[in-house]
Design a protein around this ligand. Structure first.
Ligand code: FPP
Length: 247
């Protein structure tokens, strides 16, 4: 289906990040188990990936499982992991047909081995695809990522490979899981919550934030398009004044 004509193709964000929230509440509203909501959330993932690729977005990052999500009831964690394995397995062919590369960020070693195996296979199979990079944040949290980056940088200083005075913003960028991926210009969060929840804290320093009340399973193509239209109507000043930006 065609993309909304109000969208200006020359002003697209390169990278859109999404906090998919509200699966549990969506299920509860229907008298179902929370895991039912996660299952329904897969449809919204598929539609968002398709829309973003069709539109010409180069990088899409989805917050699928946070470090904190390990603290949920075991039943729900297991159901989410099973769903991830199943979905990745099922969707790899479609990703390839659509020239989409799969990537993952987070403490991937903490994932169950079946999940990690499926993930690595899909990453390997899609590594040559060039239309869009779909990054799943799995067992991810920004504070974990920054702690790891600081440890790695400290080791390089200790071993004499790096001078403390030479540390700059690029040094930090180079030690994050998102190395090689531009910072998101737009961050979308569903479900009416206005929080960042430990997601890409360094990378979203200048991102535009877009919140919608829609619960994730209800998030559709028109909602993604609405977020892009809203983004395109904003003036991004990066600390400058309006006249400097428009000059
Ligand atoms: C947040 O809703 C959603 C998640 C923690 C999981 C997202 C996972 C999926 C959409 C399923 C599969 C994903 C992929 C990428 C294959 P919530 O449970 O926090 O909802 P609540 O805030 O209403 O409790």
């Amino acid at each position: 289906m065609a993309i909304d004509t109000r969208i200006n193709q020359s002003k697209l964000p390169k990278h859109v990040a999404v906090i998919m929230d509200g699966n549990g509440r969506w299920a509860k509203q229907r008298g179902k188990l929370r895991t039912f909501g996660h299952g329904k959330g897969v449809k919204a993932v598929r539609e968002t990936v398709e829309t973003a690729a069709e539109m010409g977005i180069e990088y899409l990052t989805l917050y699928a499982f946070s470090t904190e999500n390990w603290n949920r009831p075991k039943f729900e964690v297991n159901a989410l992991m099973t769903l991830l394995v199943k979905t990745i397995n099922k969707e790899t062919k479609t990703l390839t047909e659509n020239n989409i590369r799969l990537n993952a960020i987070g403490d991937l070693q903490s994932l169950p081995s079946s999940c990690l195996k499926e993930l690595n296979e899909a990453i390997e199979k899609t590594k040559g695809n060039t239309r869009m990079t779909l990054t799943l944040a799995l067992s991810y949290s920004s504070k974990w990522e920054m702690t790891e980056a600081i440890k790695a940088i400290a080791k390089n200083v200790k071993s004499g490979k790096l001078d403390v005075e030479a540390i700059n913003e690029s040094t930090i960028d180079e030690h994050l899981c998102t190395l090689g991926i531009p910072d998101p210009e737009l961050l979308i969060r569903t479900s009416g919550e206005h929080r960042i929840s430990n997601f890409l804290l360094w990378q979203i320093a200048y991102a535009e934030l877009y919140f919608t009340d829609k619960l994730w399973p209800d998030f559709e193509k028109i909602d993604f398009e609405a977020a892009i239209i809203d983004y395109q109507g904003r003036e991004r000043r990066f600390g400058k004044i309006s006249e400097q930006v428009s000059a």
